[in-house]
Design a protein around this ligand. Sequence first.
Ligand SMILES: Nc1ncnc2c1ncn2[C@@H]1O[C@H](COP(=O)(O)OP(=O)(O)OP(=O)(O)O)[C@@H](O)[C@H]1O
Ligand SMILES: [Mg+2]
Length: 245
Amino acid sequence: MQILESERVTKNFGGLAAVSRVDFNVDQGQVVGLIGPNGAGKTTLFNLISGALVPDSGEIRFKGKKISGVKPHQICHGGVARTFQAVHIFGTLSARDNVLLGALFGKSRSVSSADAAQEAMELLDFTGLSAMSATLAKDLTLANQKRLEVARALATQPELLLLDELMAGLNPTEVAQAMEMVTQIRDKGITILMIEHVMKAIMNVCDRIIVLHHGEKIAEGTPQEIATSKTVVEVYLGESAYAAG
Ligand SMILES: Nc1ncnc2c1ncn2[C@@H]1O[C@H](COP(=O)(O)OP(=O)(O)OP(=O)(O)O)[C@@H](O)[C@H]1O
Ligand SMILES: [Mg+2]
C-alpha cells in the first residue's frame, strides 16, 4: 500500500520553482531516501508534506486522503511526524519534558498524563537518552539533541516519519548509531522518508531513493540503481560514485 502520494506538486517562491511538478509514492513500511544538491527543494517538499507550506498546485495524499492545505497540527494528529534540518527542541526544558510534549500533543493526545510519562520514558530508552532524561535539552550534544527530536516525533505516534538530515554534523560512530536507530524505527512498522547527504547512510538503510535537482525529480530507484545512474552521478554524486558503486 502507498502511504504517501505526491502528484505534480509545485511550490514557487517568487520566480523560483523550489518544487516543480513532483510525482512520487512511498510504500508503507519502507525507508525512502530523498537526496539532491543544496537548494534542490528537499526541505521545501517536507514543508509541503507536513503542512508548513501549501503547494501552489498539485496534491499530496496520506493514506489516500488529501493532506496538502491541511494545518500542520492536523497532519501530525493524522500520523505524520517530522524532525528539522536545524534541530527544533525546547532548550530550557528537560529531555523528558520535550518527549512528553510530543506524547501529550500527538496522535494519541487523549492519553492520560501517566501513560504519556510512561511513553516518554520508553522513547528516551529507545533513543539511548534514559540517563539524560533530566538534562536540559540545550545541554545535550548535537547527536543527542537529534535523537531527542526523533524521540519527540515518535511520541506523537506517527505512521510516517520525515527525517531532515538526521546525520548531518555527526561523527562516523554517531552516524552508525543513527543508521541503526532508523532501522529499528522501521522495524516498529513506521514508514520513513529521509533527507540525507551522508551517502553511506542513504545507500545502506534505504529501500528506495528519490533524487531532486532544481525542484524536479530527476531519478528514483533502488540504492544500486541510483549509485550507477549517469544523470544522478553527473548532477550530484560525482564520478567517485562509479568507483564505489
Ligand atoms: N521560505 C522561502 N522563501 C524563499 N525561498 C525559499 C524558501 N525556502 C526555500 N527557499 C529556496 O527554495 C530552494 C529550495 O530550498 P530547500 O531548503 O527546499 O532546499 P534543500 O534541498 O533542502 O537544500 P539543502 O540540502 O541545502 O538543505 C532554495 O533555492 C531556497 O533558497
Ligand atoms: Mg534542506
